[in-house]
Design a protein around this ligand. Structure first.
Ligand code: GRF
Length: 195
């Protein structure tokens, strides 16, 4: 599920196509934005794309119910949020327990929410990075699967930092999905063991 450019989606598609993620297929790309470039990327790779217009639903719960049922129809096993800018409802999380991942451009629990790269830059931290985690009912909060640290230098701007973080995102998101596909992730409370 993506709302924007979909470069993380692309990294997943590329890894699947290169055979790096066993027994996997990207079956559907869904978006809440009609013009999300992520949908174009899906089409280019022969992947079904789906736009569901939030304006046509009275509440977040109704919207997510529809989305969950479309995903189930497509036989989705693992849901990946990749720059998906809507908060998912508790009902949606329940429909896919420990089967929704998100990528966040900071080392959680630092800098949750919007523009984490700017937040980290403004705070003056010397190290930031990115996090792949399972999604629970709270925003940017669920059990952490993998993180990668990125150093912030004195020459950095928000954008140069964001670029280096994004490069790491493209490395660790496919890796987390690969571990999932290999059945190696075991979640106990907040802890995720990689077997
Ligand atoms: C990434 O920085 C991701 O961490 C955040 O949204 C951005 C999406 O980028 N959740 P893209 O659409 O995958 O290029």
């Amino acid at each position: 599920m993506a709302s924007g450019g979909g470069s993380n989606l692309q990294s997943i598609i590329d890894s699947v196509e290169a055979g790096q993620i066993p027994d996997s297929e990207v079956v559907l790309v869904a978006s809440d934005k009609r013009d999300a470039f992520a949908l174009e990327r899906a089409k280019k790779h022969g992947i079904k794309s789906l736009f569901v217009d939030p304006k046509e639903y009275g509440s977040r719960d109704e919207y997510d119910k529809e989305l969950a049922s479309r995903l189930k129809q497509a036989k989705v096993d693992l849901v990946l949020l990749a720059g998906y800018m809507r908060i998912v409802s508790a009902g949606f999380v329940k429909a896919f327990p420990n089967r929704i991942m998100n990528i966040h451009p900071a080392l959680l629990p630092s800098f949750p929410g919007i523009d984490a790269q700017q937040q980290a830059f403004d705070y003056g931290v010397k190290v930031s990075g990115c996090t792949v985690h399972f999604v629970d009912e709270e925003v940017d909060h669920g059990p952490i699967i993998i993180q990668s640290a990125v150093e912030i230098t004195e020459d950095d701007s928000r954008d140069t930092l964001a670029k280096r973080i994004l490069d790491e995102e493209h490395r660790i998101y496919p890796l987390a999905v690969k571990w999932y596909a290999e059945g190696r992730l075991k979640v106990t409370g907040r802890r995720v063991k990689v077997r």
